[in-house]
Design a protein around this ligand. Structure first.
Ligand SMILES: [Zn+2]
Length: 268
């Protein structure tokens, strides 16, 4: 990706940050500080909630990087060339040279990402429990009183457990180019032995899902949730574009483009 800068190398893989990621970082920090962390520390002005929001945003994107590294390390172990991992406005992307050479490899490279996010969710949930934090269930159905009972550290850990759970589940949706869509494609590919046909079907589902998200975003807009609505529309548009491109270019060798795995990190 152009307009990105390097943070250095981890396991021999370059980690890059695209300029648009700064927008995502600001958006997540502000959204958390002004919402979730306002409940945790209601009488402390906006400074402390902003600090907790920024810390959570950094750890969210660190979680996205761990997810990306799981894809990249499995791909490399299977003999593929990994160019870099880049964080951008919708999450992270692993730039892996070319397509997987077999359905089995595609399955393994794709499924490890959501599983890693679910594992991270468990780790953060256990950490929150160990310091007596409110459970994720309490948060989902919780009251403001339940939120206020949490310590700031417990609140950060609970947020990370919830967001990683969401990332893992969201990426399991069988809509190409999400990980679940790639898993779906690998299963179709294995069953039919036809890569192009499998890509076509998975990308069609992906395009449909993208349009569904755009519709959902419009509903959120109408219901008076402008930030959530615009964000959902953006992710839906991004997914439908990527799925449409995959459908059109499926015969083209995309080794120059690389194999991106976008991660629409749902905002707070
Ligand atoms: Zn992934």
């Amino acid at each position: 990706m152009r307009q990105s800068f390097s943070l250095g190398h981890v396991f021999g893989i370059e980690v890059r940050v695209h300029a648009t990621w700064l927008l995502a970082f600001a958006f997540v920090t502000w959204g958390l500080a002004n919402g979730y962390f306002r409940f945790i520390a209601p009488r402390q002005g906006l400074g402390f909630p902003l600090l907790l929001g920024a810390l959570s945003a950094v750890l969210l994107f660190a979680s996205v990087l761990v997810h990306e590294f799981s894809h990249s390390l499995v791909a490399r172990a299977l003999g593929m060339r990994v160019r870099d991992i880049t964080l951008f406005i919708f999450g992270g992307v692993s730039n892996i040279g070319g397509e997987a050479i077999s359905a089995r490899n595609e399955f393994l490279i794709s499924i490890v990402g959501p599983l890693t996010s679910l594992a991270l969710a468990s780790v953060f949930w256990l950490a929150a429990q160990s310091i007596g934090g409110t459970t994720v269930v309490d948060l989902l159905f919780g009251s403001a009183r339940g939120l206020r009972a949490m310590t700031p550290l417990g609140a950060v850990l609970n947020y990370l457990a919830s967001i990683n759970l969401l990332l893992g589940l969201f990426n399991l949706i069988p809509a190409f180019p999400l990980d679940g869509g790639r898993v779906f494609r690998s299963i179709l590919w294995a069953a039919s032995h036809r890569f192009d046909r499998a890509t076509h079907i998975a990308a069609l589902v992906g395009q449909g899902f993208g349009f569904l998200m755009i519709g959902l975003g419009l509903v959120r807009l109408v219901l008076g949730d402008p930030a959530g609505g615009v964000w959902t529309i953006f992710i839906g548009w991004f997914l439908s574009q990527a799925a449409g491109a995959a459908r059109r270019d499926r015969e083209v060798d995309d080794s120059l483009q690389g194999r991106g795995t976008p991660h629409p990190a749902p905002a707070a």
